[in-house]
Design a protein around this ligand. Structure first.
Ligand SMILES: [Zn+2]
Length: 296
């Protein structure tokens, strides 16, 4: 009888233990989405990043840190974008692993070569690679659900391949001489590598640092010479320097989502397709009107 009861207890306990999803905390909404898609119903994702937060000034509050307590993993972008990670680690149990998903993604340097661009998520191929790193970490903490993580990650990776193809199609009408991406901060270097653009960040790495006057004058000359048709601000910021450049050249400026954060676009697909669509409409030649006669 005692043996039967023990077996029943182990059976019930086993089911309960198996059913409890692993808690995963995340410091970026796009990583939260990745964890939800790759982890599926085997994980419970806690997003620590506040709506309308600024990636470059964010630091978790004590309430946000306490939301991460008990997490098996805390997902971070890495590449130095979260300078508070050391402090966060001190606040959490040794059992919580901070996983910097950008750590093994190859660097792409900013144009002046002074540092790598940390905004690796703007490349679907980098997201695919990061999803594999995440999958391996999930399998390590929860080997019983290996097949589920592998299957979900394959779907995620296939979607990133698809986005890469779609991006190329959406932007194929942009001629090579227009493949210049003038942005506020140095956030699109990984994207530019994938889609064969030359990045020209007007500001430094953080949004508040302004370019100097002589460099701006030189930039205006270069853009005029190349007849660049459009420059790119950000959805939540329209820096003065970019407004001045657009006015000086008499060209348009259009907003992009560069930090991967925009409350009305809570999916990687939406942000990526928004960005590629905006870039194509800003830099591709206008389509010929249907009623225009073809040249003889
Ligand atoms: Zn940024």
């Amino acid at each position: 009888m005692r043996t039967i009861l023990t077996l029943c207890f182990l059976f019930v306990f086993g089911i309960v233990a198996q059913a409890a999803p692993a808690k995963i905390a995340s410091l970026h909404p796009l990583l939260s989405e990745m964890a939800t898609l790759v982890g599926g119903d085997k994980v419970k994702v806690v997003n620590l990043f506040p709506k309308n937060g600024d990636l470059h000034s964010f630091s978790p509050t004590s309430a946000e840190v306490s939301s991460a307590v008990g997490a098996k993993l805390v997902l971070a972008c890495g590449k130095g974008i979260e300078p508070y990670l050391g402090d966060l680690k001190q606040s959490l149990s040794e059992k919580t692993r901070i996983l910097e998903l950008g750590a093994d993604i190859p660097d792409v340097m900013v144009p002046d070569g002074s540092h790598p661009d940390p905004h690796w998520w703007n490349s679907p191929s980098n997201m695919k690679r990061a999803s594999r790193t995440l999958m391996l970490a999930l399998i390590e903490i929860d080997p019983a659900n290996k097949a589920s993580y592998e299957s979900n990650q394959k779907k995620y990776a296939d979607n990133m391949d698809n986005l890469l193809r779609m991006g190329k199609i959406i932007m194929r009408r942009i001629p090579q001489n227009q493949r210049v991406l003038v942005t506020a901060h140095a956030a699109m270097c990984h994207f530019c590598r994938d889609f064969n653009f030359t990045p020209i960040p007007v500001h430094g790495i953080a949004k508040e640092s302004e370019g100097d006057t002589a460099s701006l004058a030189q930039l205006i000359t270069t853009l005029r010479k190349n007849q660049v048709k459009c420059i790119f601000t950000e959805v939540n910021a329209s820096p003065k320097a970019l407004d001045n450049i657009a006015r000086e050249l008499g060209i348009s400026s259009r907003p992009l989502v560069m930090d991967g954060i925009y409350p009305s676009m809570e999916s990687y697909d939406k942000i990526f397709l928004f960005n590629t669509g905006v870039i194509a409409s800003g830099l591709a030649p206008a389509k010929a009107k249907k009623d225009e006669k073809a040249p003889h």
